[in-house]
Design a protein around this ligand. Structure first.
Ligand SMILES: Nc1ncnc2c1ncn2[C@@H]1O[C@H](COP(=O)(O)OP(=O)(O)O)[C@@H](O)[C@H]1O
Ligand SMILES: [Mg+2]
Length: 363
């Protein structure tokens, strides 16, 4: 990574005896879209507010563009925070709202007008310039807030649940818009969200948080495919997880899984010892359903207990002789009659998965 725009060093924040943020260290590169992802109350907003300067860390340091922010008040930071409620002025037109933050800058009226025009163009709201916030849609209001935030050309834009007020379809569309606007401006975005799909779609990198702690940082694909803990594995998508014991360590690691009533093979990872208890985690889409017996390792026999058909895909719950349920997610790639379905209720099936898809977790 080049010189990071943001460096958070061992930052903690307590409110009385309650520690909302615990010893967080992170770096965010220039031009990144970086997400803070976690459930409600895990400390995301608090961390964002410390970056903006609205809260002071109880411990640790924050550097923005190499400068220690310790003594820098919010209004002198090269940062803009877009709040969860966009807080547009209802009596002002769209263009007045966008230009509002520029009033106190040393700009001539014509410069200001140019900037507002540029911003409206950027968020494609030129034709709505003279409307009031109540005369435009929710998605458009979101873009007004974004234009206003970007008008002051911050180095860093902090967005707290920026799409939470939008319905699902609009949210998906707006995610792409947000990415394209970020790309065109080059401004670094830190986005707070509790929505894992949103974080996966938007972000260059994600920090997954739980109870004030950053559990894992990485690209969407790597936190999804290589979670470092049961918490992260569960938070990003769904997962089958069972306790297992390491039996042998070679090119692959063989573990005994009482819930499956058998041994299975998993990708080699460093640092395990024979006899150690671990968690075997397996994503539902990494499992293949067969309707006839299959030879080899990692074959599990069971029976279809539940089947949810979603159209483009189906979710199966396969019952094992032990009573354990295995979730399997399959794409309905072929269009056929119902009788041609991959498997039906009460069918006997065989499940397979590649050792490389089996995740061993120690945390
Ligand atoms: N000013 C405050 N005083 C006391 N507790 C606070 C304050 N701000 C936040 N908290 C607590 O800190 C925790 C984290 O809050 P927050 O950062 O808002 O979470 P998130 O944004 O992840 O939902 C919560 O338990 C919240 O109640
Ligand atoms: Mg919050």
């Amino acid at each position: 990574m080049t010189e990071p725009l943001v460096r958070i060093e061992g930052v903690s924040k307590s409110f009385g005896t309650f520690q909302a943020v615990k010893n967080v260290s992170l770096e965010v590169a220039k031009g990144e879209i970086f997400s803070l992802l976690g459930g409600s109350g895990c400390g995301k907003t608090t961390l964002l507010r410390m970056l903006a300067g609205f809260e002071a860390p109880t411990a640790g340091k924050i550097f923005i563009d190499g400068v220690d922010m310790g003594a820098v008040p919010p209004w002198e930071r090269p940062v803009h925070m877009m709040f969860q409620s966009y807080a547009l002025f209802p009596h002002m037109s769209v263009e007045k709202n966008v230009g509002y933050g520029l009033k106190h800058e040393k700009m001539s009226a014509s410069e200001r007008q140019d900037r507002v025009r540029q911003m409206l163009d950027l968020v494609q709201l030129t034709q709505f310039a003279t409307r009031k916030p109540h005369q435009i849609s929710g998605g458009q209001r979101q873009r007004v807030a974004l234009a206003r935030a970007l008008a002051r050309q911050p180095k860093l834009l902090l967005l707290d649940e920026p799409l939470a007020a939008l319905d699902k379809k609009l949210r998906e569309h707006t995610q792409f818009e947000l990415m394209s606007i970020q790309e065109r401006t080059g401004v670094t975005f830190i986005v707070v969200t509790h929505d894992q799909e949103e974080a996966m779609t938007l972000s260059d990198r994600i920090a997954v948080m739980d109870q004030g702690v950053v559990k894992q940082v990485g690209k969407p694909g790597s936190v999804y495919e290589f979670p470092n803990s049961r918490f992260v594995a569960n938070f990003l998508g769904s997962i089958n997880a069972w306790e297992a014991k390491v039996v042998s360590i070679g090119e692959v690691i063989t573990v005994d899984v009482p819930a499956l009533g058998q041994q299975v093979q998993a990708r080699f990872i460093e640092g395990l010892a024979v006899g150690q208890t671990v968690t075997l985690a397996l994503r539902p889409e990494k499992i293949t359903i067969h309707r006839a017996p299959v030879e080899g390792a990692n074959v599990i026999a069971g029976e279809v207990k539940d089947l949810a058909y979603f159209g483009k895909d189906s979710l199966y719950r396969i019952a094992l002789p032990s009573g354990q349920l295995v979730s399997v997610h399959a794409v309905n790639a072929n269009r056929g009659a119902e009788k041609d379905r991959l498997a039906d209720w009460y069918d006997k099936v065989w499940l397979t998965f590649a050792p490389a898809s089996a995740i061993l977790l120690t945390e």
